[in-house]
Write a protein that binds this ligand. Structure first.
Ligand code: KE4
Length: 428
């Protein structure tokens, strides 16, 4: 028996579903997940010694690839000075100054231990600052497993059929309004009816938790305009897009200044991290200055700060976003060629190093259009790619990520594998 399968049997006896996060489960794919032994650059190696070109990138943090030397060295150096102190440290100040410099809308920032903690805190802050109760989110967007936001959620909640999670009281869910993404009229209608009750609108500016797709021209700008008009807070959830789509994230691409931004993933270099920040007058409502309580034993942890600072510095030193665009364009061109060569007209979406192949011929602009994709084809394609040593996102409700560690050889090999997979699945 392969070691991964034996490990999964053991895991299932002591961990729910054998995984510590549902997105890692392959239940919907009808097989056990592989267990990773190590990773370096763009490659994973499982416990059975199989190598994979990795496009999951630990769901976003590995923008420099796995175990980049600069991050490993920074963590080694920091760990020799202690793991956690429960006091302020210089690294937290350096991280906060770096974030504020790179994301102009962020005047002050508070570190957390996950993206979920960041969005949870941002929602509480929006309600505390405005004195209002309603939160608006968008179908298929995922903002972590916050009670108020596990309503029509994406990512693993969608993959495993719980977009409206059990355990969230209907009274609480009723305070969350869910709208279709990319639909200005739906936003206009709700604000005209209940705008003065809305504390905030939280949005993934480039949704990456129902596959990946893009905002229509002017859509994000409209969200900025109407939230300002009604004194509701605009919260950009850039946990995934922050420092990935640009040094200043998606908001830099649109020159939009949201009132609050949530961050995570890349700023931890692979270690547990999250952050929320924005206008100083809003952030100063957070304890100990203001009445909105928020805390965390390991928030701003020295090792996570060291890893994140090293990663951000390397991204800036190498202007990584140029390389990510070059690789992304090569991958997109090759994937589109593979689709044509195999007689398919499926939809491919990309921005920089984030991408998704949707197995539908419809354009993809929201959750409804995402769901027109063929899951049977996705499953066949995913398993075939895995057999060929290419690990793409194990769900149609996730995003693919390139890193600066991917080579042209990796990308070209991926395109060859994709063409073979499309050919093999053509008879479905
Ligand atoms: P975490 O709590 O998982 O650190 O972050 C939650 C979160 C918040 N906002 C956005 C836009 C996110 O994408 C996420 C987490 N992303 C998923 C991947 N789709 C994390 C993977 C997982 O759940 O294990």
């Amino acid at each position: 028996m392969p070691i991964s399968e034996d490990m999964f049997d053991r895991a299932c006896k002591v961990i729910p579903g054998g995984v510590n996060s549902p997105v890692r489960a392959f239940n919907h794919l009808g097989r056990a997940p592989f267990f990773v032994d190590s990773a370096k650059g763009a490659h994973l190696r499982d416990v059975d010694g199989k190598d994979y070109i990795d496009y999951v990138g630990t769901w976003g943090p590995a923008i420099l690839g796995h175990a980049p030397d600069c991050v490993v060295q920074a963590v080694q150096d920091a760990s020799k000075k202690g793991m956690s102190f429960g006091t302020p440290t210089p690294a937290e100040v350096e991280m906060a100054e770096l974030i504020c410099r790179l994301v102009p809308s962020i005047e002050k920032v508070r570190m957390t231990n996950s993206g979920t903690e960041a969005t949870m805190s941002a929602v509480r802050l929006a309600r505390g600052f405005t004195g209002r109760k309603l939160i608006v989110k968008f179908a298929g967007c995922y903002h972590g497993h916050v009670d108020s936001l596990l309503v029509s959620a994406g990512s693993g909640a969608l993959t495993h059929g719980q977009p409206d999670s059990a355990g969230v009281p209907s009274e609480l869910a009723a305070l969350t309004i869910v709208l279709p993404f990319n639909d200005e009229q739906a936003v206009r209608d709700i604000f005209h009816r209940r705008g003065r009750e809305i504390a905030g609108v939280i949005v993934e500016p480039y949704p990456g938790n129902a596959g990946f797709y893009l905002p229509r021209p002017g859509y994000l700008e409209y969200l900025r305009e109407i939230t300002a008009q009604y004194d509701a807070l605009l919260i950009f959830d850039e946990v995934m897009t922050g420092f990935r789509l640009a040094p200043g994230g998606a908001q830099q691409l649109h020159a939009i200044e949201p009132d609050l931004t949530t961050l995570g993933k890349i700023i931890g270099g692979g270690l547990p991290v999250g952050a929320f920040g924005g206008r100083a007058d809003i952030m100063d409502s957070i304890a100990p200055l203001g009445g909105v309580y928020q805390a965390g034993t390991l928030s701003g942890n020295p090792l996570a700060m060291a890893a994140g600072i090293a990663q951000l510095r390397e991204l800036l030193r190498t202007n990584a976003w140029e390389r990510l665009e070059t690789l992304g364009a090569r991958l997109e061109e090759g994937m589109r060629r593979a689709l044509v060569d195999n007689g398919f007209n499926f939809t491919f979406k990309r921005c920089g190093s984030m991408f998704c192949l949707h197995f539908t011929e419809q354009d993809v602009v929201d959750l409804t259009s995402v769901k027109t994709a063929r899951f049977d084809f996705f499953r066949c394609y995913f398993l075939n790619m895995l057999d060929q040593g290419v690990f793409v996102a194990p769900s149609p409700f996730e995003t693919g990520f390139l890193s600066t560690a991917h080579s042209e050889t990796d990308v070209d090999a991926t395109i060859v594998a994709a063409s073979r997979a499309l050919h093999c699945c053509a008879d479905l």
